[in-house]
Design a protein around this ligand. Structure first.
Ligand code: GAL
Length: 710
């Protein structure tokens, strides 16, 4: 009996030791994509030693390795991956395992050709590239669940696996027959009857009326706006079902310690589907930071160098999907291979880019990729070591960031950016406008960035969120192009204003309802009663028009709407979202002469409602005026963020924990900058207390101070 007791104690202790040994996600994770299946096992240790020497603490493996994990159907070969995870652990590296479902193997697509993706023009994709599967295919989902089950059973308790990545950069939707059937079923579920669909899409227009679900086209062309918006939602739901199929398998088998994520594609603003809904399913959301802006007009997409506002806003967008810190699972070490000119980041820029991500709330930075495959489609891509396995020039810079991350990790652990101002980025609205921009000069992301730049310059901390997120935590909410406003959203925003929030609506707000149909109340639709005013007409501008008011003047560019306060009588006929009385709207800006339709008409107005205010700015305005207006909104909302005054292109990110705040400065300006600090702070990277910092071009400073000193 005694010996049995002793034996069970030994077992317990052994089990405890195992649990204790299980690695957690490092507080500041730093890694690279590594493809051990591409290299002889005898070379693994040399690669891993170099990773360790560069300060990496994570490898991301497996996301394209299906043919090595299951060389023929049901023939699972997972041992090599287990040895790779163990080898990485011997070098102090934890592992993120990618499910390999972005690249189904040739035996699979040959045996089950029905899983292959079909492009919109009806062509079925062939084997040999990636993303060649249909997310809607039940067979494909079944095959995905099988391989993921094997992986989950094998690695779900592996102490060195800290996270899972589902697939890789979800992108294209498929137009195969199964997807089309799914679309019709989805519509049937949403509308219940064709009468409802015909009504909301107003299909009497151009004789579109449907008498069978199967008649409804599946297209992204110039179709009914209601159809186009619903198609985007269907695509989102299809991806959700695709990922949930795998997430369910993982949740059933893996320890909760192992986090589940997916890496959303390189241009965070991409909008093939609603990324916030995708993010909601995960423990942590990740994105891949490549430099491009995701503009509707791709010629505006940037230079291959980091623009701190563009990249910064993308990090803030990603952070907003879950309102918490995020991971960057891919960053280019120097350069990519797919740009029109795949120019290199400058010396120093790769390190600054890594720190810039952390400043905006990234708790992980990883490079794509460690070492280029000798063959395959991406031979030219930047890497940290060459085909010989020896460091390339950018390796030293990555290693410098690695040393710095290790030093700063204890200070940064547990901190996150905190913002009192939020910008609204709404997928429905983004799509609704892009289906018909009306003016190709109205580039939504450029409009949004104009607000972002002004607000961030003055607060150094802005969240970018969808209307579905928790808005209660903000004092100021700015919605630049909130085109689709349902009664439900109007009620949420109105209640928030009544309780003391300050809401700023930009042009094109509330033109459409959730079916992408015109709101009969005109803009801002169900918010007219809250605003006490409406938009009389909208105009796409070819030439700038002056705007002026008591508190500022400048130019309306690109877009102008004329506003009209409504009489009390008129307002009393509208169904109001308000529970308290509101005053008369105050006109803030009027158009000057230049365009007769606009001359003298209100361009912006504000109304006090309950404890808060609602402001409508009907024009896209020039940047100096935007700065002036943003300053007023910030003052109105009594936002007093602690900031460090810096010149343009020097970026400041502030991360906060209960007892301390950390400021991370990165200099993307053309030359060195001297920055005076508002109070003494500890220099985390160099030690000592400082009152000013000198930043060379691409220089980085990490500063901290206790929160109590404010
Ligand atoms: C990403 C992708 C990686 C790699 C990289 C090259 O979009 O996730 O697998 O192809 O681009 O820049």
């Amino acid at each position: 009996m005694k010996s049995l007791h002793l034996l069970s104690s030994v077992f317990c202790l052994a089990a405890l030791a195992l649990v204790a040994r299980a690695a957690n996600v490092p507080p500041l994770m730093y890694g690279a994509a590594w493809y051990p299946e591409q290299w002889p096992e005898a070379q693994w240790d040399a690669d891993l030693s170099r990773m360790q020497a560069a300060g990496l603490n994570m490898v991301r493996i497996g996301e394209f390795a299906w043919s090595s994990l299951e060389p023929s159907e049901g023939n699972y070969q997972l041992d090599w991956m287990e040895r790779a995870v163990a080898a990485a652990a011997r070098h102090g590296l934890v592992t993120i395992v990618g499910t390999p479902t972005d690249t189904p193997p040739a035996w699979l697509t040959t045996k089950y050709p029905e899983v292959l993706r079909v492009s919109e023009d009806g062509k079925q994709l062939q084997h040999g590239s990636r993303r060649h599967f249909s997310t809607a295919s039940a067979k494909y989902r079944e095959l995905c669940a099988k391989i993921v089950t094997q992986l989950a059973q094998h690695f779900g308790k592996n102490p060195n696996v800290v996270a899972w990545q589902i697939g890789n950069e979800f992108t294209e939707d498929s137009f195969d027959d199964e997807a089309r059937r799914g679309w019709h079923l989805w519509l049937e579920k949403r509308y219940g009857s064709l009468d409802q669909l015909n009504k909301h899409w107003m299909t009497a227009y151009w004789s579109q009326t449907y008498s069978e679900w199967s008649q409804i086209p599946m297209t992204t062309g110039r179709a009914n706006p209601g159809l186009l918006l619903d198609y985007k939602r269907y695509v989102t739901d299809t991806w959700l079902a695709f990922q949930r199929n795998q997430i369910a398998v993982l949740r059933a088998h893996v320890e909760p310690r192992q986090l589940i994520t997916t890496n959303l594609g390189g241009v965070g603003w991409a909008n093939r589907f609603n990324r916030q809904l995708i993010a909601a399913d995960y423990d942590v959301i990740s994105w891949d930071e490549y430099l491009g802006a995701g503009y509707a007009d791709s010629s505006r997409n940037g230079t291959g160098h980091l623009d701190p506002d563009r990249s910064g806003s993308t990090h803030d967008l990603v952070r907003g999907w879950k309102q918490k810190n995020f991971w960057v699972l891919e960053m280019p070490p120097g350069f990519v291979d797919w740009s029109s000119v795949s120019n290199s980041l400058d010396r120093g820029e790769t390190r600054a880019m890594a720190w810039h991500a952390v400043a905006h709330g990234a708790d992980c930075v990883a490079y794509w990729q460690w070492r280029s495959a000798l063959n395959g489609q991406e031979q030219y891509h930047g890497s940290l070591v060459g085909p010989d396995g020896e460091p390339v020039p950018v390796y030293a810079e990555a290693a410098q960031a690695g040393r710095e991350f290790a030093k700063a990790a204890p200070v940064i652990a547990g901190t996150s950016p905190v913002a009192e101002v939020a910008l609204i980025h709404d997928y429905d609205s983004r799509w609704a406008i892009d289906f018909n921009r009306f003016s190709n000069r109205y580039e939504q992301l450029e409009v949004l960035h104009s607000y972002y730049k002004a607000l961030r310059q003055q607060t150094q901390s802005v969240d970018i969120v969808t209307p579905a997120m928790d808005l209660g935590r903000y004092k100021l909410i700015v919605a630049p192009s909130l085109n689709v406003v349902s009664a439900e959203l109007a009620a949420k925003l109105s209640a928030w204003v009544e309780q003391g929030g300050h809401l700023v609506l930009g042009p094109r707000t509330g033109m459409k309802n959730e079916f992408n149909a015109l709101n009969t109340q005109r803009q801002p639709g169900p918010l007219v009663a809250t605003l006490g005013a409406r938009v009389e007409q909208f105009y796409a501008l070819l030439e700038d028009v002056p705007v002026a008011g008591e508190r500022g003047s400048g130019k309306a560019t690109v877009w102008a709407e004329t506003l009209a306060p409504l009489s009390a009588d008129r307002l009393s006929t509208l169904s109001s979202q308000l529970s308290t009385a509101a005053g008369a709207p105050e006109v803030l800006l009027r158009y000057g002469t230049g365009n007769d339709w606009l001359t003298g008409q209100p361009a912006a107005l504000r109304r006090r409602v309950g404890q808060g205010t609602i402001t409508y700015l009907g024009a896209v305005v020039d940047q100096p005026l935007m700065q002036t207006l943003a300053k007023q909104w910030i003052a109105l909302a009594k936002i007093d963020s602690p900031i460090i005054a810096v010149p343009d292109r020097v970026s400041v990110g502030r991360r906060v924990a209960a007892n301390r705040e950390v400021f991370i400065l990165t200099n993307f300006a053309a030359g060195p900058q001297e920055i005076a600090l508002p109070a003494p702070m500890t220099d985390v990277l160099n030690g000592g207390e400082v009152t000013n910092v000198s930043l060379p071009r691409y220089g980085v400073a990490v500063l901290q101070r206790p929160l109590t000193t404010r």
